[in-house]
Design a protein around this ligand. Structure first.
Ligand SMILES: N[C@@H](CCC(=O)N[C@@H](CS)C(=O)NCC(=O)O)C(=O)O
Length: 424
C-alpha cells in the first residue's frame, strides 16, 4: 500500500521524498484534495505535525515531519539502497551535502526570495547578505562539481535529490541565467539532474527564471486560504481536485497562473521545404554497418541540401577542465539529453578526443536552416560552452573533417578517441 504524503503538488520539499521513492521502488502518494492553509491547520494534521507545516508522511508506525527526515525514511525502506552510499565515509558525505544544501543553499535562496514576494519584510541589506552567502555556497559547490558528476560517488544519491530540489526553487524563481553563469558546473549539474527520468517524472519541465521577482509589499498573514509559503499557490487545492493523478510541476508554483497559451509553431517549420529528409539520413547512418565511407558518407553528401541545412563544428571552450574521463563523458551525455528539443531539426556527432586527460570535446552538428536555431541557443545552456564555426563547404579539408567526424575516424587529428557519441 502506498504511503501518504501530505503536501500540495508544487511543494519542492515534498519532491525530495517523491523522487527518492521513484529511485527506490517505494510507493508514495500525495494526499488527495490538499488545501494549503486549511488541510495543514486541521486538528488531525496538527496531531501529525504540531506546527502545521508540510510535508508530513503517514507511515504504519506514525507520522514523520521535516522533509529531509521523510526523504531519509523513504530511502531506508529499501535495504542497501545505493541512494544512501555504501561506506561510512559515503554516508558522512551524503549527510554533509544534505545539510549544506539545506542550510547554505536553501536557507539563503529563501532569505532572498521570500521577502521579494511579500511573505517577509524586505530589507535591502538583508537581501545583499543572503545573496552574498548564497554565492559563497554556490562557489564551493561549483568547485566540487568541476571534477565530480554527482555530489558523492559515481551515481545519484539522496544528497543529489535534496540538493537539486533546493536548487529547483532557486533556478525557477530567482536565480536567472546571468546569476548562475558564474557557476557553470552547478548549471551543468542542475540541468543534468532535473532531466534524469526519475526527477523529470516528479518535477516536470523546469524553466529558469527570466527575471528576479520585483519587490512586493508584505502580505497580511491572516488572509484566509492565502498561501503562507512560496511553494503553495492559492489555487492549488482546486487544481489538485481537478487533476489526477497528481503531476507536480515546478513551473506551476507561480502565484497567479496564466491560462495555457497555444504553442507557437517552430520557425524552422516555416522554412521552404527541403529535399533532404533528416530521418532518411538518420536511418542510413544507423543502418550502415560496413563500407561506411562508400555507403553512409556518400549517401550523406548525395542527400545534403546546403540551402535547407547547415553544418557546424563546435569545440568545447574549457577543455583544460576535462581532467576526469567519466565526468567529461557525462558532460557530453548531458548536452545530448538537453538537445532533445531539437531532435526534429538536428543531427550531431560529439567526439571525446585524447588517450589521457585533459580530454578535448569536438563536435559536428547538422541544423535545419542556415543558422544555429535560436530556440536551441535559448534553451540549451551548453551551446555557449562551445565555440561554433560554420563549415565552409568550398574547403575540401573541412568537408573531409566532416566525413571523419561522422565516421568516428581514429586516430582523429592525430589522437585516439576516448568515445564518440551521436545525436540522432
Ligand atoms: N523544514 C521544513 C520546512 C517546511 C515548510 O516550511 N513548509 C512550508 C511549505 S514549503 C509550510 O508548511 N508553511 C506553512 C506554515 O508555515 O504554516 C521541511 O523541510 O519540511
Amino acid at each position: 500500500m502506498a504511503l501518504v504524503l501530505h503536501a500540495g503538488n508544487t511543494n519542492k520539499n515534498a519532491f525530495k521524498a517523491l523522487i527518492a521513492a521513484e529511485y527506490s521502488g517505494v510507493k508514495v502518494e500525495l494526499v488527495k484534495n490538499f488545501e494549503m492553509g486549511v488541510s495543514n491547520k486541521s486538528p488531525e494534521f496538527l496531531k501529525m505535525n504540531p506546527i502545521g507545516k508540510v510535508p508530513v508522511l503517514e507511515t504504519p508506525d506514525g507520522p514523520v515531519f521535516e522533509s529531509n527526515a521523510i526523504a531519509r525514511y523513504v530511502t531506508r525502506l529499501k535495504a542497501d539502497n545505493p541512494l544512501y552510499g555504501s561506506t561510512l565515509i559515503e554516508y558522512a558525505h551524503i549527510e554533509q551535502w544534505i545539510d549544506f544544501g539545506s542550510l547554505e543553499i536553501d536557507a539563503n535562496i529563501l532569505r532572498w526570495f521570500i521577502p521579494r514576494i511579500g511573505f517577509a519584510v524586505y530589507l535591502p541589506p538583508a537581501e545583499e547578505a543572503a545573496i552574498s552567502a548564497l554565492k559563497r555556497a554556490l562557489g564551493a559547490l561549483n568547485t566540487h562539481l568541476a571534477s565530480n558528476t554527482y555530489l558523492v560517488g559515481h551515481s545519484v544519491t539522496l544528497a543529489d535529490i535534496i540538493m537539486t530540489c533546493n536548487l529547483v526553487m532557486g533556478f525557477s524563481r530567482v536565480m536567472t541565467k546571468s546569476f548562475t553563469s558564474e557557476f557553470p558546473h552547478v548549471e551543468r549539474y542542475f540541468w543534468t539532474m532535473v532531466n534524469q527520468p526519475n526527477f523529470r517524472k516528479i518535477l516536470g519541465e523546469v524553466k529558469q527564471a527570466e527575471s528576479v521577482p520585483p519587490v512586493q509589499s508584505a502580505k497580511k498573514p491572516s488572509q484566509p486560504k492565502e498561501p503562507k509559503h512560496k511553494d503553495e499557490p492559492k489555487k492549488e487545492a482546486k487544481k489538485e481536485a481537478k487533476k489526477e493523478p497528481v503531476k507536480p510541476k515546478v513551473a506551476e508554483a507561480a502565484e497567479e497562473e496564466e491560462a495555457p497559451k497555444p504553442k507557437p509553431k517552430n520557425p524552422l517549420d516555416l522554412l521552404p521545404p527541403s529535399k533532404m529528409v533528416l530521418d532518411d539520413w538518420k536511418r542510413l547512418y544507423s543502418n550502415t554497418k560496413t563500407n561506411f565511407r562508400e555507403v553512409a558518407i556518400k549517401g550523406f553528401w548525395d542527400m545534403y541540401d546546403p540551402e535547407g541545412y547547415s553544418l557546424w563544428f563546435c569545440d568545447y571552450k574549457y577543455n583544460d577542465e576535462n581532467t576526469v574521463s567519466f565526468v567529461t563523458l557525462n558532460k557530453v551525455t548531458g548536452f545530448l539529453q538537453r538537445m532533445d528539443l531539437a531532435r526534429k531539426y538536428a543531427f550531431g556527432k560529439m567526439l571525446i578526443v585524447g588517450s589521457e586527460a585533459p580530454f578535448k570535446v569536438k563536435g559536428l552538428w547538422l541544423f535545419r536552416g542556415q543558422e544555429i536555431p535560436q530556440f536551441v541557443i535559448d534553451e540549451c545552456y551548453d551551446m555557449e560552452l562551445y565555440e561554433w564555426k560554420k563549415v565552409d563547404l568550398s574547403d575540401e579539408a573541412q568537408k573531409e573533417r566532416v566525413n571523419q567526424m561522422i565516421e568516428d575516424q581514429e586516430p582523429f587529428e592525430g589522437e585516439a578517441l576516448l568515445d564518440a557519441k551521436c545525436f540522432k
